[in-house]
Design a protein around this ligand. Structure first.
Ligand code: NAP
Length: 251
């Protein structure tokens, strides 16, 4: 059974690997045997150290995925680094919070560019390479706001609904060609992304009390789902959005 989940000999491209969930999943993929190319807008040596201390191999590419054309550049550079990409983990994401009536166009476009356009473009570009190989795993990071509306985060909610839609659309076209496309929808996880909510005692208490498991998630909580969807164990899993949320969606 162990071999079914092994990523030995596989290469994973992980966006947003500098910290938070992307860092945790990079370490998880490395622990399962994958060589990791991590992407962020700045130095990723903290993740490099963590992956290497888990016995893994790590390369970093600095790329701002909000920029036009960045995803295509990244795909070409990443393929050059290892010669082959087996796993694409589209994790990079940002959030902007403001009252709906004051939500600016600038914030709208920033969020949509990173959370939605880059996911589409990078999946398309790395997907072409996977189609040539006849194999690949694409894992997108969705959200509870792929299902719910949230508060004060319209661009984030729209982009995460889009991530769920893209997951199904890509899966429909590529499942028969050896590529599995799925998503993970994390619940409320303790990272920089959610720091402002956790710093608000009322909101923190409200959210924590609604999580059946009674605690916020951590980057380590996503390791298992990422390894599963990246591995042969998920060979017949396509177009799914897997909630890893301490039970939030059931409560
Ligand atoms: P985080 O701690 O804020 O980390 C975000 C990551 O994305 C960082 O590595 C960041 O790199 C990278 N990134 C941001 N903008 C980028 C850009 N323009 N180009 C390239 N990389 C960029 O957030 P997180 O909580 O780990 O979130 C990771 C993913 O999970 C996001 O898609 C988020 O929407 C999703 N998610 C989070 C939660 C949660 O509760 N935390 C719940 C559901 C879904 P730099 O360090 O270089 O800025």
């Amino acid at each position: 059974m162990g071999n079914l989940f092994s990523l030995q000999g596989k290469t994973a491209l992980v966006t947003g690997a500098s910290r938070g969930l992307g860092q945790g999943m990079s370490v998880g993929l490395a622990e399962a045997g994958a060589e990791v190319i991590g992407v962020g807008t700045r130095d990723l040596s903290d993740t490099q150290a963590k992956v290497e201390s888990a016995g893994g191999k790590f390369h970093q590419i600095i790329k701002d995925l909000s920029k036009q054309g960045a995803a295509a550049e990244l795909a070409a550079e990443a393929i050059k680094v290892t010669g082959r990409i087996d796993i694409l983990l589209n994790n990079a994401g940002i959030i902007r919070r403001s009252n709906l009536e004051e939500f600016s166009d600038e914030d709208w476009y920033q969020v949509i560019d990173v959370n939605q356009h880059a996911v589409f473009q990078l999946s398309r570009e790395i997907g072409k390479h996977m189609l040539e190989n006849g194999a690949g795993k694409i894992i997108n990071i969705a959200s509870m706001l792929s299902f719910q509306g949230g508060l004060k985060v319209p661009a984030y909610t729209a982009s995460k609904h889009a991530v769920a839609g893209l997951t199904k659309s890509f899966a429909n076209e590529w499942s028969s060609k050896g590529i599995n496309v799925n998503a993970i929808a994390p619940g409320y996880m303790a990272t920089d992304n959610t720091a402002p909510i956790r710093e608000n005692p009322e909101r923190n208490e409200f959210i924590t009390s609604r999580i059946p498991q009674g605690r916020w998630g951590t980057p380590d909580d996503l390791k298992g789902a990422a390894v599963f969807l990246a591995s042969d164990a998920a060979a017949y899993v396509n177009g799914q959005v897997l909630c890893v949320d301490g039970g939030w969606m059931s409560s």
